[in-house]
Ligand binder design. Sequence first.
Ligand SMILES: *[C@@H]1O[C@H](CO)[C@@H](O)[C@H](O)[C@H]1NC(C)=O
Ligand SMILES: *[C@@H]1O[C@H](CO)[C@@H](O)[C@H](O)[C@H]1NC(C)=O
Ligand SMILES: *[C@@H]1O[C@H](CO)[C@@H](O)[C@H](O)[C@H]1NC(C)=O
Ligand SMILES: *[C@@H]1O[C@H](CO)[C@@H](O)[C@H](O)[C@H]1NC(C)=O
Ligand SMILES: *[C@@H]1O[C@H](CO)[C@@H](O)[C@H](O)[C@H]1NC(C)=O
Ligand SMILES: *[C@@H]1O[C@H](CO)[C@@H](O)[C@H](O)[C@H]1NC(C)=O
Ligand SMILES: *[C@@H]1O[C@H](CO)[C@@H](O)[C@H](O)[C@H]1NC(C)=O
Ligand SMILES: *[C@@H]1O[C@H](CO)[C@@H](O)[C@H](O)[C@H]1NC(C)=O
Length: 520
Amino acid sequence: MLGKHSKLFFFISFCALIVAIVLASWGFPKIVKRQVQKNVQIENSSKMFEKWRKLPMPLTFKVYVFNISNPEEVSEGEKPRLQEIGPYVYKEYREKTVLGYGENDTIKYTLKKSFVFDAQASGTLSEHDELTVINLTYMGVILTVNGMMPAILGSVNKALEIFFGNNLTDPFMRVKVKDLLFDGIFLNCEADNSALSLVCGTLRAKRPTTMRLADDGKGYYFSMFGHWNNTPLGPFDMVRGTENVYELGHIVGYKDRRTMKEWGDPYCGMINGSDSSIFPPIDENNVPQKLYTYDPDICRSLSVDLMGKRSIFNMSAYYYELTETALASKSVNPSNKCFCRKNWSGSHDGCLLMGVLNLMPCQGAPALISLPHFYLASEEVREYIYYGLSPDKEKHKSFIYLDPVTGVVMKGAQRIQFNIELRNMGNLPQLAKVRTGIFPLLWFDEGAEITESIKEELRHSHTLLGYVETVRWTILVIAFAAALISGVALARSGAVPHCRRNNSINFITRPSKPTSLSKH
Ligand SMILES: *[C@@H]1O[C@H](CO)[C@@H](O)[C@H](O)[C@H]1NC(C)=O
Ligand SMILES: *[C@@H]1O[C@H](CO)[C@@H](O)[C@H](O)[C@H]1NC(C)=O
Ligand SMILES: *[C@@H]1O[C@H](CO)[C@@H](O)[C@H](O)[C@H]1NC(C)=O
Ligand SMILES: *[C@@H]1O[C@H](CO)[C@@H](O)[C@H](O)[C@H]1NC(C)=O
Ligand SMILES: *[C@@H]1O[C@H](CO)[C@@H](O)[C@H](O)[C@H]1NC(C)=O
Ligand SMILES: *[C@@H]1O[C@H](CO)[C@@H](O)[C@H](O)[C@H]1NC(C)=O
Ligand SMILES: *[C@@H]1O[C@H](CO)[C@@H](O)[C@H](O)[C@H]1NC(C)=O
Ligand SMILES: *[C@@H]1O[C@H](CO)[C@@H](O)[C@H](O)[C@H]1NC(C)=O
């Protein structure tokens, strides 16, 4: 009788053990993954959808401008002395408009950013401050014309007097921060002058994103970020992650193109990674060593490298950082070779210096980007500036903290500096004596941090997952214990007599006196 019961008991608990093992090793993780996927995938029923469509909190957009302390001396050939003025702080709101759903689990949307000056966070600084900076438009036109038709440079330079609406004296400009960043600096195209028509015609044809046609069509307004403000960017095609959650957020198309033609190379034209607002959950068994982000403003994908797990807001997160290789010269990172197709300087043959990216192919303007204060750039670039640069990892790095479970960006910052070459050109009075070098204009810090309520949500989900994990192990332990006990009971009951001598459970429980078992 007892034997029969213990047989049944053993059978049931053995089945339970198998079920528990299957649940613990396959079922639970699968269920958790499904739940996470349901929450993060881009579908209008998911928790994430609204937050993805309209960012619940604004990003912080800080701008630091390099004011030139000694413009007259620089014109005479001295090294520049710069003073960083900032931050001018803006709140950056982001909203997406869904245009539709596409093949292969994608969603098509446009992104609209809007910037609002945050006077309180900017402290004593005002948008109406007037600063002296490198004259980006002037250098832009001169370098572009020089690249296309150096012979007419002299007459273009004269025509620029009309273009800028005042007399040319030096390659610098005194501007209000507001105009430089968003409102625009007027460039006059209204005059009967062949060189001027050429410049304006080129602008009309190339339509650099930083130039906005005046309402009356008589000229252009140039600003650094005006084209971002309240203008829908895109459309982007992004993977929604309803099929494979680890593909979530990958941009596969921009403006209905699958690759970028700007660099004239299939490798550098690859659209890789996310728009940096959303990332897939991290598979703990296969943590990505690199995360790609695609930024249409610089026409390229950049990657950040895994630095490890770090704690933030009392939670553990994966920490990624932009490293030296991203903007490295081709000798250091050969895969960057196609990003330096165009000549940026007379003294360097068609390629970048370490830490600098030429946006000419991308924006139609010879702007150069780097990390702030030429952090991670070659010494040669920094030497040009006499005073005012102090690269600092903590202030100037770009990084991102990701929540491992959901892939939510817990904190991140993208920091980019805009520069332009100041080039010595003997035949132009403004540039006859200047030193050639890369001249910084300003840098921005676009930072994001989750709100308290999202922090709470994440903590909550981590706690929940902790419970699930405990339950998983508890079930496993209980099932194992039950199977063990029932096995012992079964062996003791004598239901398996022929196993008695070499049965391992038997051997473990009663190694010395196997015969006593049958007495029970
Ligand atoms: C959600 O999507 C479905 C179709 O996929 C649509 O019918 C419905 O109106 C959408 N709901 C919202 C709130 O957008
Ligand atoms: C910027 O530099 C100019 C000299 O070029 C100086 O007159 C001006 O006071 C500086 N502005 C600030 C805010 O420091
Ligand atoms: C969808 O995926 C298939 C197979 O990978 C590919 O052939 C097709 O071009 C994709 N469609 C689009 C619109 O990308
Ligand atoms: C520009 O320079 C010319 C002479 O070179 C002078 O007659 C004119 O007044 C100047 N205009 C301005 C706006 O300074
Ligand atoms: C840009 O430089 C040109 C040439 O020196 C000058 O005429 C123009 O006024 C400058 N632009 C501004 C906004 O100062
Ligand atoms: C794009 O991603 C692939 C792997 O997904 C990588 O091999 C390639 O180097 C990336 N390309 C660029 C330009 O970053
Ligand atoms: C982090 O946790 C510690 C101990 O659990 C606590 O003392 C501290 O206040 C927490 N910090 C934050 C920012 O929540
Ligand atoms: C770049 O400039 C150098 C010298 O100025 C010249 O020899 C070379 O042909 C140029 N390359 C391209 C691609 O324009």
